[in-house]
Design a protein. Sequence first.
Length: 74
Amino acid sequence: MPASPAIVWFREDLRLADHPALDAAVASGRPLLCVFILDEGSPGLRGRGGASRWWLHHALAALAAALEKRGARL
């Protein structure tokens, strides 16, 4: 039976370098399941403006490409 995946939740920090949770997940040797959740429905959150959405889109695309290059499962 395959090992259950190690889940890495990317929240505010989309860096791969110096990311303790990602480092621990990789060190476990288990498959990685990397997740980012865009929460726009929780009370008290301000909506993102156009520039912020543009930046987030490109930052997530770069993160996905970097993770795929490392062999992570998205």
